[in-house]
Design a protein. Structure first.
Length: 368
């Protein structure tokens, strides 16, 4: 029988995790956050993302450049459009930029179906999508070496999508899967904006945000043995003091609530499981130190095997969650479709600034 002392001597590996949400053009904020994290020398064992978060994660893990932070920023500046006049006020520019995206698309990300002839061109009722994201595949291949992602020395990449037919998550993990551009595209097909699904591995796949916009649970399921320190980038404000004034603001607020970070439950359950395991461990030691008859001893040995299996397979805890949350001063439903160069630069700058403040505060708390 394995004693408590020998069990405790088995130190679990500690993993540092970065979780990146989906949010269209708001993903530029994640770029700024990562720049700050990278500058502080924080290295990640696992990077999990969905939708635009999966795009950012794939560039960080598989960047063709040796400077992933710079490559990610170059990617976002490449996506930015210069059609929207940069001098427009902040409360007007998103409307103009979002309208430009809706009508003309973005040559680096998606193009509208109505710009290209098709057999169903004059039958829009039967269209299954409004925008094709093939351009995003081409852009990804410019920035990402997908062979590099398979290198076990690189951070582990976990991207999530949603199976259109059974509403179950479809998770791709670089530890087991040969991740390609199509896997990332599969995570980014947001149907409410009319973006096409991707067929991969015999499945029709939509955006992972339909099931979870903060794929921490999927990362825990992918690596349940090791304790974790988690950095979460939250693109959608959880708090808003102002009550919505019209239907567009109502939809905007509802969207923020739907997609805001909800990892508190994951952390709570992780700590409950840990307490249960510690309690069972104490009971285990009490029994193992007692004199047992042969029948009881045989039964205890069977239970002990199950205990050690549970302790090793699901025994990890989320030691700490550090959240970097985007705040907003103007509430606009289609802010995530604003790819204007001014907005992209502002988002990168804001993400970098907010991350620096959070890291400084976290360091101060640790020192105290």
């Amino acid at each position: 029988m394995q004693s408590l002392s020998s069990r405790e001597k088995q130190s679990l590996q500690f993993e540092t995790v970065l979780i990146l949400q989906g949010g269209g053009s708001l993903g530029a904020y994640e770029c700024g956050v990562y720049k700050a994290l990278h500058r502080h020398g924080i290295e990640f064992d696992i990077i999990g993302g969905t939708s635009i978060g999966a795009v950012n994660a794939s560039i960080i893990v598989g960047s063709k450049s040796d400077e992933p932070a710079k490559a990610l920023e170059d990617f976002w500046l490449d996506l930015a459009e210069g059609i929207t006049p940069p001098g427009l006020p902040n409360d007007i520019r998103p409307y103009f930029a979002a309208m430009n995206s809706a009508i003309f698309g973005n040559p680096k990300v998606f193009f509208p179906k109505w710009f290209f002839p098709s057999t169903d061109y004059f039958m829009p009722y039967f269209w299954q999508y409004l925008y094709d994201i093939t351009p995003l595949k081409n852009t990804l291949n410019q920035y990402v070496d997908f062979q590099k992602i398979r290198n076990p020395q690189r951070p582990r990449l976990v991207v999530t999508s949603t199976d259109v037919q059974n509403a179950k998550p479809s998770v791709f993990d670089s530890k087991y899967d040969k991740i390609e551009a199509e896997h990332v595209l599969a995570s980014a097909g947001y149907p409410f904006y009319g973006i096409s699904w991707t067929m991969k591995s015999g499945k029709y796949l939509w955006d992972g945000t339909l099931l979870s916009n903060t794929p921490l649970r999927e990362v825990i399921n992918a690596s349940p043995k090791h304790d974790k320190k988690v950095y979460v980038v939250d693109l959608f404000p959880k708090m808003q003091a102002e009550i919505p004034n019209n239907m567009f603001e109502v939809w905007h607020r509802a969207r923020d609530i739907m997609y805001a970070d909800k990892t508190e439950h994951n952390v709570h359950m992780s700590r409950i499981i840990t307490r249960y395991l510690k309690l069972i461990r104490e009971m285990h030691d009490m029994i193992s130190s007692s004199t047992l008859d042969e029948k009881t001893k045989s039964r205890f040995e069977r239970l002990e095997q199950e205990y050690h299996r549970l302790a090793s397979e699901r025994g990890a805890v989320i030691d700490q969650i550090i959240k970097i949350q985007r705040l907003e001063h103007h509430h606009f439903l289609f802010e995530d479709a604003d790819f204007s160069i001014t907005t992209i630069k502002d988002l990168i700058s804001s993400g970098e600034k907010d991350a620096k403040e959070v890291l400084a505060k976290n360091t101060l708390e640790i020192d105290q």
